[in-house]
Design a protein around this ligand. Sequence first.
Ligand SMILES: *[C@@H]1O[C@H](CO)[C@@H](O)[C@H](O)[C@H]1NC(C)=O
Ligand SMILES: [Ca+2]
Ligand SMILES: [Ca+2]
Length: 174
Amino acid sequence: MKIIILLLFVICCMLATHFCSPIIEEDDFSSFASPCLQPPTNFKKRYFVHNNIHVTFLEAWRQCQAIGLRLATITSEEDSKLMQETIANSTNTKGPWYIGGTDLGNEGHFVWISTNKPVGHMTGYFNYSPGQPDNAGGSENCLEIGRWGGVVWNDEPCDAKLRYICESVTPNWS
Ligand SMILES: *[C@@H]1O[C@H](CO)[C@@H](O)[C@H](O)[C@H]1NC(C)=O
Ligand SMILES: [Ca+2]
Ligand SMILES: [Ca+2]
């Protein structure tokens, strides 16, 4: 009996692999385990500029989370352009705002707290202001954008009270 069930299982697996095209290998999609659930090949990012309150980095992280979003990540020139446009369209275009990068716990090695990926991961995209990150005073561990205008990044003490920018990333099935 066990053998028959096992055989049926193997046949089902073979059929499933036969009828579904292969899973696209990309580490971001590792949660798409079912052979028949196609991972989206395309994602649409949106940014949400929050100008109404000034909070610490961890508060900003939680504020985004509380409304089903996450603290912003910027991993390409395209993201940066979208960011620039979203800020220009927002109710207050004067920063700085927190974005989701931090080197807390591992000085000099920034990660995006929203994705656990190193800043620059895969794409090699960085947009630091010249001379940044400088870890000024030995205690700048969180990334902000727009301190001196524009959309370049700077490291800043994580307990500074700043505006912040969240993001949503949704599959683009078309
Ligand atoms: C910004 O506003 C313009 C004009 O209303 C609109 O066309 C554009 O899509 C907006 N961009 C973003 C990212 O919100
Ligand atoms: Ca630092
Ligand atoms: Ca700095």
